[in-house]
Structure formats: C-alpha cells, structure tokens
Design a protein around this ligand. Structure first.
Ligand SMILES: C[S@@+](CC[C@H](N)C(=O)[O-])C[C@H]1O[C@@H](n2cnc3c(N)ncnc32)[C@H](O)[C@@H]1O
Length: 462
C-alpha cells in the first residue's frame, strides 16, 4: 500500500540531500511497469525493478517509484488511449512504459508539467532501450499537454477509459450492478483510506483515539474496533503499531472475525490464513485453540511474527499448518472444529482501490476459475465442522459468481447446512460494496467506511 505523499521529496532538477531525481523515479517505475504489463503483480514488479536498479536503491527512491507506478496504474486506460491517439504507431514496450508513468505524473499533477516532460526526456536518454526515442517522448508528452482537458474528456467518453478498467471487467460489473456500477468505478479509482484495527487486548478504542489526538492526528471510529486515520502514512509511523496496539486492516475485513462469533475455549480453523490479519483478530477476540492453514509457505511465514507483535501467543494455542485446504486427508487430525473461517482466494474485485493493478492482471475466465476453487474448498472443509458449528465464507469480491451464487449453490448441495443470521444483521449473507467516508459518526452496525466483501454464515445441523 502507498505511503502518504510519496511523490513529495522527489527533485525534478539536480538531486539534493538524498532526494531521488524524478528521472530515476520514472525509470524504476517504467521498469516495473513493463513487468506488470507482462503479467506480474505491481508490488512484485516494483521489487524486481528496484533489485535490478544500477545502484542500491534508497528507501526514498523505492517509495517514490512505488507512488509513480501506482499513480500510472490509476491512469492506465487514459494513458494508453492518449498514446494510441497521438502516436503514429505503437511505441516499443520500453518507450510505452516510460510514457505511461510520465503521463500518470502529468495527470495526477504530481509536479510542474515542464519538469515532468524534461525529466521524462532525461530518463529516455539515460537508457539504451529508449535513448533513440527521446525526441518522440518529448513530442508526445507536449502534444498530450496541448490536447489538455479537451483530449482527456473526449477519450473518457469511452466508459472503460472513464472507469480505468478492461472492457470485460466493466461489462461484468455493469451486469452485476446495473444501478451502482458508475459509483463502484469511481470508488475504485480513489486513494484507499487507512483503516486500523485496535487490539482490544492492549488498548480500548477511546484510549487509542486519545493517543492519536495527543499526537495531533485526526482519526474517527468507523467500526467496533476500526479506526480511520485521516492522513495515510507508512506503518512505521502509525502510533503504537510496533508495540502491537493496532494492525492495518480494512473495516469490512474486520467483520469476518467479528461475525464468526468465537468464544473462549473454542477450536477454530482459519482455512486460508496468511498473512494472518483475520487469524490475529480471532485471537484478539477470544482465547482459542486456533489452526491457521495456508497453502503458500512464504505467506504462512508472516503469521507468527504478526502474532508476536500483537502479544497474542500468551492467549492462543496457535498452530500454523502449511497445506492445501481442499485436501484435508493430508493434514486434518480427525477432530472437528466449532468454527471455521474460509477467507477464500478470489478475484479481489472488492479491493481495487487498494490494488489498482488487479483488473489488469485478471482475465475474464478467472472468475469461473476462482469460483471452482472456492467450491472445492467449501466442499472439503464442511465435513471438518462439528455439529452445530459455524462456517463463515468470505471473499473480497463483488462478482456474484464468487458471492451470493456460490453460497446459494452450497446451500442447495448440502442439506445439513443452513444460513445463520449474521450477528446484528437481518439475514445470513451480505454483499458489501466499497464505501467512502461517511460524515455521520458511527453508532454501531456496519462500519461507516469499508472495502467490498461478501459474507455468508453457515451452520451445521446437530
Ligand atoms: C484472501 S487471502 C487470505 C487473507 C487472510 N485471511 C488475512 O486476513 O490476512 C487467501 C489466502 O488463501 C491462500 N490459499 C489459496 N488456496 C488455498 C488452499 N487451497 N488452501 C489453503 N490456502 C489457500 C492464499 O495463498 C492466500 O494467502
């Protein structure tokens, strides 16, 4: 996730006092962009581009390149439409990448226009793959500026450009949400709010809000233990983070542990656990015997350090199991769980404002593929649930194939499953659409600010 104002502190002229030159920032971001357009997730692409940078990259260069790359992804459809309109033929990939990140800087007004053009040309000249195209880069960026708001408005008449999404993605959203899709597309392009979960084993929400106020930081309670910190910042600068007072977690994601309704002494399975955000929340809520299952060993390695930071090992009997949830014969020991959380792998279409690369990394067929994996996980985990036990199915998706339709198909296939009313709700499933900050104070119920999620709570007959 982005730190606040990472674009600040970049120098558009001579580098001074460790500030990275904008030309270097554009080069690193463009290298990441090429990998990303080749199919890599943006964060992985940035890590690789920084690793390959000619000198050890400073944290400031890393932060600025991350900001430039995320900014470019938030303007991807427009930038590519501008290049398609203004270039006589498609530019070479290295040149197209530099143009995309430079146009992102122009459209987000991160720096003076002349400085962006000047530094993009310097970046082009500094690299053998783009040097010959420095004049073209200069001309295209100047033409884009000359076209100004009129060119942008004209290209944005294409709904896929306005929504900054692949056409198939937008079509699927429109089909699922004929009324809401324009608002969903707008939300997806906004900078994500920074939400924290207060660790009630360490501090209460009111005391934590006082602590923030004491440091001059504006914040609002938006859920039971969810706090919206108005000015985003890196985790190292969040008061009490290192001491385990809080975790970074969306307020909608916080509903998962809350709605699973755990109590002291329960045996609980978190079936898709890494990096352990919801696992830790469960342990903050009750003293549990908790199995955290995760298929990816590198991701699983993040669960225990998270627990240690939050001071949770003293309250929980935690076992991290590295295995496939769809093959319980390989890891389950025969005893049943009273609660299961299945936070299943999904398209992540509900968290695009946090991960704007998602729509561009997916293919239309992915929705059905994720739905198949989710179905297999539900079918494999259900037999592990004790009679009268509850399984909460969760996905951070907006597509009904992964949400409501998945839950309905499960109910139809399992006569021993019934929907249990979600705590504080009227029914047993809930599709949350991403929301923006509400000026009204939170008075209970759903959080005032959250990403997109689907939840269904199933109970097994006795
Ligand atoms: C939505 S993420 C979980 C996020 C986590 N619950 C949290 O709150 O921090 C889904 C996780 O499921 C894991 N996963 C995917 N398929 C799996 C499987 N068949 N068995 C176990 N874990 C799986 C992925 O590696 C990923 O870490």
């Amino acid at each position: 996730m982005l730190g606040a104002g990472a674009g600040a502190g970049v120098t558009a002229s001579a580098p001074a006092a460790g500030a990275p030159a904008l030309a270097d920032v554009l080069r690193v971001a463009a290298a990441a962009w090429r990998r990303f357009r080749g199919g890599r997730a943006l964060d992985a692409a940035l890590d690789e581009a920084l690793r390959d940078w000619r000198a050890p990259a400073s944290p400031r260069l890393g932060a600025a390149a991350q900001d430039a790359a995320y900014t470019a992804v938030r303007h991807l459809a427009l930038a590519e439409a501008v290049v398609a309109r203004l270039a006589a033929k498609p530019p070479a990939p290295a040149v197209g990448a530099l143009l995309a990140v430079a146009l992102g800087q122009l459209y987000a007004a991160r720096h003076a226009e002349y400085a962006v053009v000047d530094q993009a040309v310097a970046a082009a000249r500094a690299d053998a793959q783009t040097a010959a195209a420095a004049g073209f880069v200069n001309a295209l960026l100047r033409n884009a500026l000359r076209g100004g708001a009129g060119l942008r408005a004209e290209l944005s008449r294409d709904p896929a450009v306005a929504a900054n999404a692949p056409r198939w993605w937008l079509d699927r959203l429109r089909r699922a949400y004929p009324g809401e899709w324009p608002e969903l597309a707008t939300h997806a392009q906004q900078a994500p709010p920074l939400l924290l979960r207060v660790n009630r084993r360490q501090i209460g929400v009111a005391a934590y809000l006082d602590l923030l106020r004491g440091q001059g930081l504006a914040a609002t309670q938006v859920g039971t233990v969810a706090v919206w910190l108005h000015s985003p910042r890196p985790v190292a600068e969040i008061p009490g983070f290192a001491e385990g007072l809080v975790s970074v977690q969306d307020a909608g994601a916080q509903l998962a542990a809350e709605w699973l309704d755990v109590a002291d002494g329960m045996r609980v399975l978190d079936a898709c656990a890494a990096p352990g955000g919801k696992t830790a929340h469960l342990a903050e809520l009750a003293a549990l015997t908790l199995d955290a299952l995760e298929a990816d060993p590198a991701r699983a390695a993040r669960i225990e350090p998270n627990f240690a930071r939050l001071g949770l090992p003293a309250h929980t009997r935690l076992r991290v199991l590295i295995a496939d949830g769809a093959q319980p014969a390989r890891w389950a020991d025969g005893s049943r769980y009273e609660r299961i959380l299945l936070d299943a792998p999904c398209t992540a279409s509900g968290i695009v404002r946090r991960h704007p690369d998602i729509p561009w990394l997916r293919r239309a067929g992915d929705i059905a593929q994720f739905a198949t994996r989710q179905r297999a996980l539900l079918a494999s985990l259900w037999p592990l649930l004790a009679p009268a036990g509850r399984l909460l199915y969760a996905v951070c998706s907006l597509f009904p194939e992964e949400g409501e339709r998945q839950a309905q198909a499960f109910l139809a296939a399992r006569p021993d499953a019934r929907l249990r009313t979600l705590p504080g709700q009227r029914d047993g499933m809930r599709q949350l659409l991403p929301s923006v900050a509400s000026p009204a104070p939170w008075t209970g119920g759903l959080p005032a600010l959250h990403d997109g999620f689907f939840f269904a709570l199933f109970e097994k007959s006795e």
